[in-house]
Design a protein around this ligand. Structure first.
Ligand code: NDP
Length: 239
């Protein structure tokens, strides 16, 4: 039984991760921001514990992570930095506030969570960190420069921390989804989704479970010689 903390667990990929760990009997705390009803339903369904926290607020995140450790009854074994927001806009039209909001949610929050949670992992001399990046962090997306930059930052964070934390038997990896059917892509019309599907060598869009399985595997004890990697789970979209 592992103690698992997942950010952005109320919907989409994060919710699939909550289900995957919970079905193995792991003790799971997940953070949500606005989707209280969905979070409560998921908590009832899985037995996972939901905590409200806007991860873009570093102080709130620090306090919530300390509370989460108390709720879990000890140091976190698995941290999944999943919470994220996208921004589809020309860089020329993007305001400073919009940039900061994306960087705070998608990059700063993961960095803060790694710092806070890794202290307990170092004391325990074990642990797993998985950052949820994006194929756009690898190849860049037009009209998503800020999002792509934030996700590329997660690659660097992953590699550096893998070196820093490796001697403490902590693995740090990044999972980079391709196009996954979640609310994040709800604004895309059918034609765009078809085009994205056509560009995917495996000829389908991803499902949340595709990502949750890889996150789970990386932290299952069966992948303990993998660290510092950014693993595309994208049906070949990023090739
Ligand atoms: P969704 O939009 O479906 O869900 C986003 C989740 O993040 C929600 O649980 C939301 O919580 C949470 N969240 C967002 N902002 C905050 C915040 N400030 N504080 C706390 N929680 C927050 O997204 P996906 O499931 O699709 O995406 C999950 C991750 O996967 C993201 O990091 C995304 O960038 C990445 N990804 C997704 C892809 C896709 O095609 N779907 C492709 C590549 C990467 P709440 O609703 O409670 O506010």
């Amino acid at each position: 039984m592992k103690r698992v903390l997942i950010t952005g667990g109320s919907r989409g990929i994060g919710a699939a991760c909550v289900r995957r760990f919970a079905e193995e009997g792991d003790r799971v705390v997940f953070l949500y921001n606005k989707s209280e009803d969905a979070a409560m339903d998921l908590s009832m369904e899985t037995g996972a514990f939901a905590m409200q926290c806007d991860v873009s607020d570093a102080n709130a995140l620090k306090e919530t992570l300390a509370e989460a450790e108390r709720a879990l009854g000890g140091a976190i074994d698995v941290l999944v930095n999943n919470a994220g927001v996208s921004l589809i806009k020309l860089l020329a039209d993007t305001t400073d506030e919009e940039m900061l909001s994306v960087y705070r949610t998608d990059l700063l929050a993961a960095t803060v969570a790694c710092r806070e949670v890794s202290r307990g992992m170092v004391r325990a001399q074990r642990g797993y960190i998985v950052n949820i990046g994006s194929v756009w962090g690898r190849v860049g997306a037009s009209c998503e420069a800020v999002y792509s930059a934030a996700k590329a930052g997660l690659r660097g964070l992953t590699q550096a921390l893998a070196k820093e934390l490796g001697p403490s038997h902590i693995t740090v990896n990044c999972v980079e989804p391709g196009v996954i059917l979640t609310d994040m892509n709800a604004s895309l019309d059918g034609e765009t989704l078809m085009a994205l599907c056509d560009e995917t060598p495996l000829c389908r869009l991803g499902e949340t479970r595709d990502i949750a399985e890889i996150v789970f595997w990386l932290t299952s004890g069966k992948a303990d010689f993998i660290t510092g990697q950014s693993i595309g789970v994208d049906g070949g979209f990023g090739l």
